[in-house]
Structures are given as structure tokens and as C-alpha cells.
Design a protein around this ligand. Structure first.
Ligand SMILES: NC(=O)c1ccc[n+]([C@@H]2O[C@H](COP(=O)([O-])OP(=O)(O)OC[C@H]3O[C@@H](n4cnc5c(N)ncnc54)[C@H](OP(=O)(O)O)[C@@H]3O)[C@@H](O)[C@H]2O)c1
Length: 248
């Protein structure tokens, strides 16, 4: 019988897939996956008929779609959601490249990066927190990045990505202050996975030392341990893949 559930948002991220596989392989927790494309999970879980895993396809990450997904979640089963991973984030796509120089800054790219990396996680937090208040304890992890640290910015560049993760961090810290007053059973964590071998980091891997390019499987293990070890201390944490604090 399922006694708790884990929600993974942006589940088509390669790190999210590793998280889902780890959880379903080693735990009896229910897993709810949300993504614009859940086809990879259809094939992964179709054969073993895993009734602990539910996948929701979301049209986009607009407010209304998020609200509909949250309504759908409540129909699955009533075990409490005890962990939430919000994995969304883009660095580049067909039209966007991280800026090397100030001349590269582009309004449309900035808006898209801010929407995916800061606004999308914030909307999930906004709409999920009321559903968790007064219920079982829950740890919420948003995928940030070390480059979102204002105090750590020594290299420059990547204006939009840095700004989006810094904005995400600020909103998480702000939400943690409010949550501490309203519900001591929610813990918020901004997580830096380190450079991980996914499509997001692919174009930037050539200068990364081999032992500093992590597999998704390694990062997923680290993250699950970090979440397990974190306490409900009424403050937001900004942690790297080793569980070490990063200065905001
Ligand atoms: N890989 C690294 O080296 C690294 C380093 C530092 C931080 N991170 C962070 O870790 C997280 C996961 O990254 P990953 O490497 O696993 O990347 P990935 O495999 O490229 O996954 C991309 C993620 O972004 C979401 N996404 C893509 N376009 C979006 C849009 N327009 N609006 C909202 N969400 C969108 C996807 O959601 P769907 O499931 O809906 O497709 C998916 O969750 C990101 O937040 C990233 O910034 C990664």
C-alpha cells in the first residue's frame, strides 16, 4: 500500500528521469510525473504495469494548466505528497544561446528564460503550497544553479540564465519566510546539481574535467540523500550536489 507520494515536475528532464527511476526501483512511494511529454515513461512503465506511477501530460506551464494538473493529482490516491521536485529550466534552445557579451542580450530570449526558470517553478509553488498546508510534512526542491548566486558571480556572462536562477532563489527565500509563519511542515531547497551530462549542458561540456561531469544517476542519488537529511528548519536552503551550502 502506498503511504506517500513524490511529485516530479518537468519530468522529461534527464535528471528528473534518473530520479524517477531511482525512486521506483528502491522505494514503494507513489510517483506522479508531470511533463509536456511523458512518452518516455509510457514505455518505461507500461510493461511492468506499475500502478504506483502516474504520469500527467501538461499542455504548457501557464497558470490554468498547472491548476488543472493539481486537480488531476488529487484524483490518483490520497497518500500525502512528501517530496516535490521542480526540475524545469532552460539554458539554450534553437533560438536561445547564453550571452557571452552584453551585446548578445535579447529581450525575447530573456523573457523565455525567465518564464521557464523562474516563473514556472514559482507558479507551482504558489499553487501547491495551499494544498500542502496543515497536511503531512513535505520537502520541495527547485532546480537552481550555482550561477544564480550573486555573491559567487566572478566569471560574468549568461545574463539571462544567471538572472533567472537568482530570481528563482529570491522567490524561494521569500516564500520560505512566509511558509515559516504559516506551516512549519514545509521545507524549501534550491538545488545545484553540478554540471550534469544532459542536453542542457551538452554544448558546454568540453572544458569540464571528466570527474566534474556528473551522470544523472549520481546526481539523483545525491539529491535523494540530501532531501532525506534535510530538516524542517523554517528556512530556505541553497545546496549543491554534495549537500554543501552555497552563498546566495
Ligand atoms: N545539467 C546541468 O549541468 C545543470 C547544471 C545546473 C543546473 N541545472 C538545472 O537542472 C534542471 C534540470 O536540467 P537538466 O539538465 O535535466 O535539463 P533537460 O534534460 O534539458 O530538461 C529541461 C527541463 O526544462 C523544462 N522545460 C523546457 N522548456 C521549458 C519551458 N519552455 N517552460 C518550462 N519548462 C521547460 C523541461 O520540462 P518538460 O518535462 O515539460 O519537458 C525539463 O524539466 C534545470 O532547472 C537546470 O537549469 C542543470
Amino acid at each position: 500500500m502506498i503511504t506517500q507520494q513524490t511529485l516530479i515536475i518537468g519530468a522529461n528532464s534527464d535528471i528528473a528521469k534518473a530520479l524517477a527511476l531511482k525512486i521506483t526501483a528502491s522505494e514503494t512511494a507513489g510517483v506522479i510525473l508531470i511533463s509536456r511529454d511523458v512518452s518516455v515513461y509510457d514505455s518505461l512503465y507500461r510493461d511492468n504495469n506499475n500502478s504506483h506511477v502516474h504520469a500527467i501530460t501538461i499542455k504548457d506551464y501557464q497558470s490554468q494548466s498547472i491548476e488543472q494538473a493539481i486537480t488531476d493529482i488529487s484524483t490518483f490516491n490520497h497518500a500525502p505528497i512528501t517530496r516535490i521536485f521542480i526540475c524545469n529550466g532552460i539554458l539554450h534552445n534553437k533560438h536561445i544561446k547564453p550571452e557571452k557579451r552584453i551585446e548578445d542580450f535579447d529581450v525575447e530570449s530573456f523573457n523565455q528564460v525567465m518564464a521557464s526558470n523562474a516563473l514556472t517553478p514559482m507558479l507551482w509553488i504558489q499553487k501547491l503550497i495551499p494544498t500542502l498546508t496543515g497536511k503531512s510534512p513535505c520537502k520541495i526542491v527547485v532546480f537552481s544553479a550555482r550561477v544564480g548566486s550573486i555573491s559567487d558571480n566572478r566569471l560574468g556572462g549568461w545574463y539571462s540564465y544567471r538572472a533567472s536562477k537568482a530570481a528563482l532563489n529570491m522567490m524561494l527565500k521569500t516564500a520560505a519566510i512566509e511558509v515559516a509563519r504559516r506551516d512549519k511542515n514545509i521545507k524549501l531547497i534550491a538545488f545545484h546539481p553540478g554540471t550534469t551530462d544532459t542536453p542542457l549542458s551538452k554544448p558546454f561540456q568540453k572544458n569540464v574535467p571528466e570527474n566534474k561531469l556528473f551522470t544523472c544517476d549520481f546526481v539523483a542519488s545525491q539529491l535523494l540523500t540530501i532531501v532525506e537529511n534535510s530538516s524542517y528548519d523554517q528556512t530556505a536552503s541553497y545546496l549543491d550536489w554534495q549537500g554543501k551550502s552555497i552563498n546566495w
